[in-house]
Design a protein around this ligand. Structure first.
Ligand code: NAD
Length: 482
């Protein structure tokens, strides 16, 4: 297959309950690598959003568990069979490299496959009531019912297929209706996915995809009278805006991260350096759980820094469609300029630039900076790109934990040590949603619970199991049975 082939410009319509809807005004989607137009999508107005919610609300899903399973399985199979087609689209609109896009398509396969397998399991529980002196010979049963309103789903650019799938698959598995607003930066993948879902047999009323500028139609997604739950993945800034605006309805917010990889003095430094470099640069460093700070204790920092530099130098950054490239572009030149500025500022504050910071357009190659001051903006804020910042810490686990907990974020973490006393303290004392021992912070399976604390998230966790819970209401009923 020739992955270099230039895809034709896609002039897309929205999908409102399966119906293709266009508008005069459009949003253009550009390839960050070559600035070519990849496609256009309609710029929805609030009335389009209203129509999508009203149509969804008027429909009552009646799919059996078996039917839901079959739709999800067919979707998983289609994604597997059309993996390269999706990868091509992801790379074209996001600049993520071919390797990253193929990986993303495989992850999305898992999301639908796991949701299919979970859809057929009964989730009911039984409580015997004759268990206390005033107990009765009755039983209480639980059952989970879909929301009576519609799910409003809003997704970010960094995983154009997988983030969307984490909203849609659990919704289908639980017989819910969704109105999805993918980001205006990478909306084409979501529209292609909607067609796969319809082809797989999803009643079109269960999924609408509306596109456009958040400034004009974002609030309609948050305040629609038929939106019972808003599930949002994106930045802290927008997440907090949603929390303030949503009013009396459920909100699930999966927000930014500033995840540490912690390297203690007993660590296998080569293995730790490999995790640091991979964790900071995969997906062009644009993962909420990318390694964004490497906290290494002083006693091993020189040797560790040398190993990181050697590994970072081996990574190839360049044309995202080239299958040998390890790091594609970031989402746009504006973002790349911001990373460059932050690194330059950190260096002005005393950090040492060892490699990179040589931006070309939206291509920001892996950049190694050592001796980064702990309060540099580069590491205090989320730097959503392939920077590998090394922060040297005192040889004292209490200090390492304090530094790790010192940002506003609390998504995930990775720790490199074999000492059980250290591991125990990290698991208990890091203020995060996840502690991965000898893995990158981003390690997970699509089914396991995932989400952060502090500014990194609010409400239920994600992952197919937790999302299915969050998209349902527990109803109990009791019967006079012993
Ligand atoms: P973003 O917050 O800029 O945009 C996310 C979505 O919100 C987009 O669809 C955007 O159009 C929409 N939006 C923007 N303003 C809005 C408004 N006023 N009303 C309604 N919707 C609005 O985020 P991004 O730059 O696309 O994504 C990167 C961020 O996402 C990073 O901070 C990253 O850490 C985070 N993220 C978090 C997770 C997680 O699971 N915790 C996963 C992936 C990405």
């Amino acid at each position: 297959m020739n992955v270099q082939a230039k895809p034709p410009v896609r002039r897309e319509a929205m999908r409102i309950a399966g119906r293709k809807v266009t508008t005069d005004e459009v949003v253009e989607v550009f390839n960050p690598w070559n600035n070519q137009l990849v496609g256009t999508v309609p710029a929805a107005r609030p009335e389009h959003v209203r129509e999508a919610f009203a149509t969804a609300r008027a429909f009552t899903p009646k799919l059996t568990r078996y039917e839901r399973q079959q739709i999800l399985l067919r979707t998983a199979e289609a994604l597997r069979d059309r993996k390269e087609e999706f990868a091509r689209l992801i790379t074209a609109e996001s600049g993520l490299c071919w390797k990253d896009s193929l990986y993303e398509a495989s992850r999305a396969y898992d999301v639908y496959s796991f949701a299919a397998q979970l859809a057929i399991l009964d989730d009911g529980e039984t409580y015997a009531c004759d268990i206390s002196p005033m107990g009765k010979r009755r039983k209480i049963f639980t059952t989970r019912v879909p929301l009576s309103g519609v799910i409003s789903a809003i997704t970010p650019f960094n995983h154009p297929l997988n983030m969307v799938s984490h909203k849609i698959a659990p919704a289908i598995a639980t017989n819910n209706r969704v109105v999805l607003k993918p980001t205006e930066l990478t909306p084409l993948t979501a529209l292609a996915l909607a067609d796969v879902l319809y082809e797989a047999g999803l009643p079109p009323e269960m999924l609408s995809v509306v596109t456009g500028n958040p400034a004009s139609m974002g609030d309609a997604m948050i305040t629609d009278p038929d939106a019972e739950l808003i599930t949002f993945t994106g930045s802290v800034r927008v997440g907090k805006h949603i929390a303030r605006t949503a009013g009396y309805r459920r909100v699930v917010l999966e927000l930014g991260g500033n995840d540490p990889l912690i390297v203690m003095e007993d660590a296998d430094l080569d293995k730790a350096a490999e995790l640091a470099v991979q964790g900071a640069t995969k997906n062009s460093g644009q993962r909420c759980t990318a390694v964004k700070r490497i906290l290494v204790v002083e006693s091993v920092a020189d040797e560790f820094s040398r190993l990181v530099l050697a590994k970072a130098r081996k990574l190839v950054a360049g044309d995202p469609m080239d299958p040998t490239v390890d790091v594609g572009t970031v989402i746009h030149e504006r973002a790349a300029c911001e990373f460059e500025r932050r690194v330059t500022d950190a260096v002005a504050q005393g950090a040492r630039l060892l490699h990179g910071n040589d931006r070309r357009g939206a291509l920001y190659p892996p950049t190694v900076v050592d001796h980064v001051p702990h309060d540099a903006e580069l590491v205090r804020e989320e730097t959503f790109g392939p920077v590998i910042p090394i922060l040297r810490c005192p040889n004292d686990i209490a200090e390492v934990i304090r530094i790790s907990n010192s940002t506003a974020y609390g998504l995930s973490s990775g720790v490199c040590t074999n000492r059980l006393d250290y591991i125990t303290r990290f698991v208990n004392e890091l203020e995060v949603g996840t502690v991965n021992v000898w893995e990158v912070p981003g390690y997970r399976i699509e089914m396991s619970p995932f989400g952060g604390v502090k500014d990194s998230g609010l409400g239920h966790k994600e992952g197919v199991v937790e999302a299915m819970k969050s998209f349902t209401t527990i109803r109990t009923y009791s019967l006079p049975w012993p």
